[in-house]
Design a protein around this ligand. Sequence first.
Ligand code: NAD
Length: 457
Amino acid sequence: MNIPSLLDAQRRYFASGATKSIKQRLLILKRLRESVKRHETAIHDALYTDFKKPVYESIASETGLVLRELDHAIKKLEFWVRPKKVKGSMLNFPARDYTYYEPYGVTLIIAPWNYPFQLAMTPLIGAIAAGNTAVIKPSELTQATSQILDIIISEVFASEYVCVVQGAIPETTELLAQRWDYIFFTGSVFVGKIVAQAAAKHLTPTTLELGGKNPCVIDNTVKVSLVAKRIVWGKFLNAGQTCIAPDYILIHSDIKDQFLTALKEELGKAYGENMATSPDLARIINAKNFDRLVAMLEGEVVVIGGQVDRDQLYISPTIVDNPSLDSLVMQDEIFGPILPVIPYETQRDIEQIIDRYEKPLSGYVFSRKRSFSNWFLHRFSFGGGAVNDTIIQFINEELAFGGVGNSGAGSYHGKHSFLAFSHEKSITRKSNLIDLPMRYAPYKGKNKVLKFALKWL
Ligand code: NAD
């Protein structure tokens, strides 16, 4: 595919105004919905082919979420696009103030492999709802899903409107060399910096959805079995390959042993005695990531799990007891089914550990004491999170989803996706009925009145 000519075609299409028509936006979102519904089983099959993702998880975290986002956008679009009246300033009297929502134009969406359908489609819904064109670059590591995504997109859109460009680093590099009006990137911090540099060349605005080392803090007031159940679900969903999964546990030392026993019980309940045969555990995406994860286990005290099978790209849910903070498993984001559990005594211990890392994408705290959870929420900076649960913040499209600092910039989901892909244009509509003389030269003798007006109006 010739990328510069694809971009030219999209630029011309955007300039024609076709993508701005509200009727057109609604129509195409509905057609997209129909197409996703029609290909639902094929999408689930593709996700299974790519990394044995269980169908339940595909519905919950891929197709189901995308359909919800589509329904939400279809229902709300006419309200979102309407210019919003803003409280006016008496300094401009008589006038009325508004926010208009303007599409950026030609946008680029780069997606990762871990939720390969949802993380390409959800930003796209925002891009279309806001009236842009889009080029989607899905991950090269999930070939089957990228293929079905391509089929759906070419079924619904002309390529001058939305198009999928398949490929790996060379293709993404070529895409990034072009001038875009907006870039939406989901992936690693490393590639996020490459994207930000490419965007800076043209002063292109970006949303960067990156990762981090997400802490999960548990104090000694909790009901341990319930906490263990919720953590097992959030951590081992997608085999731990989730950007907002708890990365490591900090638990009050009084209940650490009890917690480890509860984790073992919950893992047994969820995945059976022989977890390798469970149909509910996805596989590691490729050998490179498998080797990276297995290397993290070297020299560690593995108290649960630890079974690995390179041919099957299988790593069992694995709990590592109290690793050194200098160990490999405590260096970078784990992004796999390995969970370190570290005991603490005081809040100062928690601070010393979490403060070692860059601001993560999410943070979790389990406690029955509101003062403790409030302390956690106010003391640490992270993209978003939950109190007494994991991951669920992602599900509510009313909540903005995004990182902070090293875990990203900008946010999306629901209306926030529409806003991410829109320029908020501030407009003051001035009346011609009266024209107060105050602001015009000559200024002589007007300073006092000006100061009064700035202070009191
Ligand atoms: P990645 O950064 O390796 O790849 C993401 C995309 O960038 C892919 O489409 C890939 O083809 C492209 N890419 C890779 N290397 C490139 C290069 N050198 N130059 C240009 N493009 C390049 O990420 P990944 O391995 O696919 O996904 C895992 C990472 O994504 C984790 O760090 C995870 O935390 C993060 N993530 C974040 C979110 C979020 O919503 N914030 C969601 C999912 C994943």
